[in-house]
Design a protein around this ligand. Structure first.
Ligand code: PAF
Length: 282
């Protein structure tokens, strides 16, 4: 595995890859766990025997708002490097902030529809930061393909929209969410949970599964599905606070009046200071 920290080294490596060879990017902010590594495995399969897998590792300051956890965000570089090496990654790109952004940077990519609700409502500017860094990573790596996890479903939908609207020549692949045995979705932020919060956090997944069962039994009222999730949290998690809970169309992220097979229940819930995301496709 080659480790590069500057865009110059990255571009030199990229020029050495023959034309026509797939280059599959997995963008990350590091603190890698089994969820990221499943995306890397998916990238490996997508690249095929001749293709190259690139992992980027960059805690992107412009997607964090004031008072968020930019400083506290874990940065275990050696651990991440080892995991990538063991997973057969071809190139690890770990730039510093100065390599990524000019100090007088003045251009940002903004998405104005899908990013307005859900996480975008409580994290203004977050998705502009994500779009800007992801577009730069696409341009710098000239990736043919990229893999994003479904746990951040809104992010995935926005990246697909950016690729479509800007004609970016990158094929986007969605990776399934990896979970603990009790259903909690893996996340770098799970480490912020206290013992008690960790015990209560699976109530979120349980609520989503119960809501889907309700839909499969014939209930199509989104309010009834949301009430089921709230009830699961109220009963099993004393320390939660719902940031949002919506039933939306999985492509447009618009709230639906009637639940159908294209609907998605999507939620963000605080357990103490940890804000956990989860969702379930109907
Ligand atoms: O999902 C993430 O970890 C980040 O938002 C991403 C896509 C790496 C951009 O910084």
């Amino acid at each position: 595995m080659i480790v590069v920290k500057s865009v110059t080294e990255l571009q030199a490596w990229r020029r050495s890859v023959p034309a026509g060879v797939p280059v599959v990017l997995v963008p990350t902010m590091g603190a890698l766990h089994a969820g990221h590594m499943a995306l890397v495995d998916q990238a490996r399969k997508c690249a095929g025997p001749e293709g190259k897998v690139v992992v980027s590792l960059f805690v992107n300051p412009i997607q964090f708002g004031p008072g968020e956890d930019l400083e506290a965000y874990p940065r275990p570089f050696e651990h991440d490097e080892t995991l990538c090496r063991e997973a057969g990654v071809d190139l690890l790109y770990a730039p510093c902030v100065e390599d990524m952004y000019a100090t007088d940077r003045s251009v940002t990519i903004g998405e104005n529809r899908l990013s307005q609700g859900l996480c975008g409502r409580s994290r203004p500017g977050h998705f502009d930061g994500v779009c800007t860094v992801v577009a730069k990573l696409f341009l710098r790596t000239r990736a043919t393909d990229a893999v994003f996890g479904k746990k951040d479903y809104q992010q995935l939908a926005i990246i697909r929209r950016m690729v479509r609207d800007l004609d970016l020549p990158v094929k986007i692949h969605a990776g399934e969410t990896v979970r603990e045995p009790d259903g909690l979705a893996l996340s770098s932020r799970n480490r912020y949970l206290s013992v008690e919060e960790r015990q209560q956090a699976p109530a979120l997944r349980q609520g989503l599964l119960q809501a889907r069962l309700l839909y499969l039994s014939g209930v199509t009222d989104p309010e009834a599905l949301k009430a089921t999730v709230r009830e699961s949290l109220r009963t099993h998690a004393s320390c939660h606070r719902i940031d949002y809970l919506e039933v939306v169309h999985r492509g447009t992220l618009e709230p639906v009046d009637q639940v159908d097979g294209d609907s998605l229940i999507v939620t963000a819930v605080f357990f103490g200071k940890a804000r956990l995301l989860d969702n379930l496709e109907m």
